[in-house]
Design a binder for this molecule. Sequence first.
Ligand SMILES: Cc1cc2nc3c(=O)[nH]c(=O)nc-3n(C[C@H](O)[C@H](O)[C@H](O)COP(=O)(O)OP(=O)(O)OC[C@H]3O[C@@H](n4cnc5c(N)ncnc54)[C@H](O)[C@@H]3O)c2cc1C
Length: 471
Amino acid sequence: MAVVVAGGGITGLAAAWELARAGIAVELYEASDRLGGKIHTEHVDGFLVEDGPDSFISYRPAAATLARELGLGGEIIGTTDPRTVHVRTGGRFVPLPDGIGLVLPTRMAPFLMTGLFSPLEKLAMVRDLLLPRSPAHEDVSIGWFLRRRLGPALVARLGDPLIGGIYGASVDELSLDAVVPQLRAAEREHRSLLLASLAQGRARARAAAAGSPAPKGSPFLSLRGGMGSLIDAIAGRLADDPNVRIRLGVGVEEVRRGTGGLSVRLADGGAVRADAILLAGPARASAAALAHLVPAAAAALGGVPHGSTAVVSLAYRADRLASRPGHGFLVARDEPLAFGACTWSSSKWAGRAPDGWVLARAFLGERSPGLLGRPDDEVVAAVHADLARVAGIAGAPAFSRVARWAEAMPRYTIGHLGRVAALDEAMRALPGVVIAGAAIRGVGVPDCVEQGRAAARRIAAVLGGSATVAA
Ligand SMILES: Cc1cc2nc3c(=O)[nH]c(=O)nc-3n(C[C@H](O)[C@H](O)[C@H](O)COP(=O)(O)OP(=O)(O)OC[C@H]3O[C@@H](n4cnc5c(N)ncnc54)[C@H](O)[C@@H]3O)c2cc1C
């Protein structure tokens, strides 16, 4: 018998890694024919194309820690200098002002100088300094919360592109308490969000002046060989472990509990007994697996809405661009472009394109749902047309790729934490079964690594093996 892990994305793989290190036997079932889930790097004609994530944030160290454990410490790279990001608004590119934290300025001077907001819009933001705390104690949308204090321009040009973009959703749908609890805490402590953010900036500056090891460099990290090298490394190490068995192309369909204990029914009709089970697939797969045994858990998981997205990668000869691109640009809510953001991968990272070439990746989503359903050539034509117009590109892309992620982006909408609490409560009835993954406690790669490892530690504790598991 072993721990059965359902799902070979980064959550399931990190869990398998943690269990294996504790000497616990693992059987991992992955429904598709490859490991990695949304992490997928392709190498095409000298280009390194990321179909899913291209980075992990440095201030949540779980992904970098895992990479180092796997011997990839020397492969971790930061973004190139200088970090230049623009916002496309009002038909022009405006540089993101220096010192923007989550969504608010940590330094006043660049914010006062920025052309991102008109003088009147900036004046309207002063309201935040005077306004009392929000009367709402229950969860609200990030959009409502920010708009009330700082006005609609900040929501359209910073809130939506910076926060909504991560979830492929509007900030008017997303939960303040689940996505940015720090904004609620900032209001509680300082009342004014601007004052709170500026205080944070001053604290950072003081720490830097005092020579404290303040995090330097890029907040975004990746791997020289792309995000897929994390998957290759972990898969390789797991394959070498005689205690670990990985099966591709076989999904877990149902969790069962009988007199003999726990078991799973597999998509190929087989059944496997398990000491414990980790469901680390997408929410709908975990919900389906629990529908009979723990319907309340299935309902909570089913209550997490998912959006669709596509990553469109386009390669151009550098001399076809009117100007040298920075790292990329975010698109303000009211700007009529097919995509919500564009990364110039070849400028943001070293080694993503051969010399003399530019690699762009644009994100489609909720702003163009009709386009997502169109064939690849139409999607490419629409994205290229918009990109060529705004970035001054002559000629067609030399190559293009469309990576589609249908119903794959969990959205932490208002009430998300309530759904997670209901899930936890329901799962108390089934202590040997744990659920983790992007739909629950964080969508970022580091969050998923952390969830996978934490789930593994819980399972080890249930099995009585917690003493052997590293904290
Ligand atoms: C386009 C895009 C860009 C992103 N960019 C970033 C970024 O730059 N930085 C960042 O930190 N995060 C980013 N993310 C988010 C991050 O990539 C994901 O949240 C994370 O990789 C999810 O990992 P996971 O293991 O929870 O789920 P998944 O990667 O979805 O893995 C789940 C796995 O379960 C398998 N499966 C499905 N059904 C079953 C079943 N019944 N039985 C067994 N297996 C099953 C699936 O095939 C899949 O392999 C991005 C996401 C997308 C889509």
